[in-house]
Design a protein around this ligand. Structure first.
Ligand code: NAP
Length: 294
């Protein structure tokens, strides 16, 4: 990766992910200070050239940039919330996973203490950190991101999303929704086909093709959502709902789980009852965009 090797960095939190982050900085040539509640986890990094700070305060002072990677936001507040921890002018980049409210509150909290604060969401597993495959999303002040981008490049493919600190977490969960939806749809189809003796490996390339074709519809469908107009250019929702009924009937007839297709059809039926049956599939955004109160 293309990283500026002179910049000193501190990594706080040396769990599986924190260790991978610190190791990637070391490989890219950054002077790297580390700190962890359980100090022994720093041993392999010290062997690679990291400096273990004796205290968290010392770790924060050691570098112009500090990466935090802890279990959750509670851990971060417990650790950095003590009054004797000096955060003034510190650049904190928080790669701890959480939700958008926690991210915005943490940004406010850090900025009130005089720190610069960027949020990050890691969409990768530890072994890929340091390669282009590791996607890391950032949100917060753009100038802070641009100042530190060349250092962050050591970690993977880093992307800036916008000034709202909550964006990285929101993109993170949106990505998870996409991932699980694709996997669940594939598992539903696989369960159906296995009843006819078709194994998962035979269906997988076919499913891949469908997923690719459907993915190509997204930009056009996004235009419909953004304009709030859903003309049925290729298919009306009521036609899709009839196909959903087939999926449910087939699942029940061959004895596989029909919960997922039923959930999808319930949402489509509500949209049809609200008068949207003649519009195109993305009109369902109105169902997805509000809570369902039972
Ligand atoms: P982990 O191996 O369980 O490590 C957790 C880290 O948090 C350890 O350094 C632990 O210190 C520290 N910690 C927890 N509570 C603390 C407290 N009260 N005070 C001080 N330190 C505390 O977890 P991980 O896999 O590294 O994950 C870290 C973050 O990265 C999480 O938010 C996770 O969602 C995110 N992430 C992980 C992955 C992944 O594949 N692993 C992928 C994407 C994102 P000790 O060592 O002393 O216990």
């Amino acid at each position: 990766m293309n990283s500026n090797p002179e910049t000193a960095v501190t990594v706080i939190g040396l769990g599986l992910m924190g260790q991978a982050l610190a190791s990637a900085f070391l490989r890219a040539g950054h002077p790297t200070t580390v700190w962890n509640r359980t100090a022994s986890k720093a041993d392999p990094l010290v062997a690679q050239g990291a400096r273990l700070a004796p205290t968290i305060g010392d770790a924060l002072k050691a570098s112009s940039l500090t990466i935090i990677c802890l279990t959750d936001y509670l851990a971060m507040h417990e650790l950095l919330g003590a009054n004797d921890i000096e955060l003034h002018s510190t650049m904190l980049i928080n790669l701890t996973s959480g939700d958008s409210t926690q991210a915005r509150e943490a940004a406010q909290w850090a900025e009130q203490r005089g720190a610069h604060y960027l949020e990050g969401a890691i969409m990768a597993i530890p072994p890929t950190i340091g390669s282009a495959e590791a996607v890391i999303l950032h949100s917060g002040p753009q100038s802070d991101f641009e100042t530190h981008k060349s250092t962050l490049d050591a970690l993977g493919t880093v992307t800036y999303l916008g000034a709202d600190h909550g964006l990285a977490s929101l993109y993170d969960v949106a990505g998870l929704a996409m991932m699980w939806s694709v996997l669940n749809a594939w598992l539903q189809g696989t369960a159906l086909l296995r009843t006819a003796g078709v194994d998962a490996a035979t269906y997988a390339p076919f499913a891949q093709q469908i997923a690719t074709v459907v993915a190509e519809w997204l930009p056009g469908y996004a235009e419909q959502i953004d304009s709030g107009s859903f003309p049925a250019e290729v298919s009306a929702l009521e036609t899709d709902a009839r196909a959903m009924a087939h999926l449910i009937e087939e699942s029940e007839a061959v004895g596989v789980n029909a919960e997922l297709p039923k959930l999808i059809k319930t949402m489509a039926d509500r949209a049809i009852a609200a008068g949207h049956g003649g519009e195109q599939y993305p009109v369902l955004i109105e169902e997805f965009g509000k809570p369902r109160n039972h």
